[in-house]
Design a protein around this ligand. Structure first.
Ligand SMILES: Cc1cc2nc3c(=O)[nH]c(=O)nc-3n(C[C@H](O)[C@H](O)[C@H](O)COP(=O)(O)O)c2cc1C
Length: 180
């Protein structure tokens, strides 16, 4: 089974890489991992002629490649910063490009920011539910308490425990989906 860990920040010096590393360290080694760096995926602003919900064939190679990558996942952890009380545009664009690929996909959100990424988490959860993903829950990391601006992590045990519970939830749902 394949677990995606998606880094939503596209900044060169992003804290998100360190948060994704922390997530990776707690993943059951039985998972096949796909570390998805939205900076490298580098999708343009949405440029398909049709809404993905219409089910028309995708026209662009970047859409087909992104669709294949998400379709291969059994579950996904989204690692997102909070930008202006919300998610970065990179994440909104990545979600907008697809539709059927999100349906029933088990998703967990790991947000971070000065207020533990609460605005980003709320928006990411709302967005993923809107497109039909199976949002299992979230964990927030706070600057000063769990990490610093250079990306050094000293995560509180409650947050680490919450991540473990989320990862187990993703695994049980993904296993059940595989078994039909
Ligand atoms: C455009 C922008 C907007 C930001 N807005 C917020 C915000 O609303 N809340 C917050 O807690 N931090 C905010 N920050 C600070 C980020 O939490 C901090 O820069 C963090 O390192 C961003 O994650 P990244 O390094 O992985 O990109 C913002 C940063 C940027 C670049």
């Amino acid at each position: 089974m394949k677990l995606g860990i998606l880094i939503a920040s596209a900044r060169p010096n992003r804290v998100g890489s360190h948060v994704a590393q922390w997530v990776t360290e707690h993943v059951d080694p039985a998972w096949d991992l796909d570390l998805i760096d939205l900076g490298a995926v580098s999708l343009p602003n949405f440029d398909e002629a049709f809404s993905p919900k219409q089910g028309e064939p995708y026209a662009h190679d970047h859409t087909l490649t992104w669709s294949d990558r998400v379709s291969a996942l059994d579950a996904l952890v989204i690692v997102t910063p909070e930008y202006n009380g919300s998610i970065p545009g990179s994440l909104k664009t990545a979600v907008d490009y697809l539709h059927r690929e999100w349906a029933e996909l088990p998703v967990a959100v790991v947000g971070y920011g000065w207020g533990a990424g609460s605005g980003a988490i709320a928006e990411a959860e709302r967005l993923l539910r809107f497109v039909g993903a199976d949002v299992r829950g979230s964990v927030g990391l706070a600057f000063r308490q769990d990490l610093d601006v250079s990306g050094d992590l000293t995560v509180r045990p409650e947050q680490t425990g919450a991540l473990g519970a989320l990862l187990r939830s993703l695994e049980s749902v993904a296993v059940a989906a595989r078994q039909g």
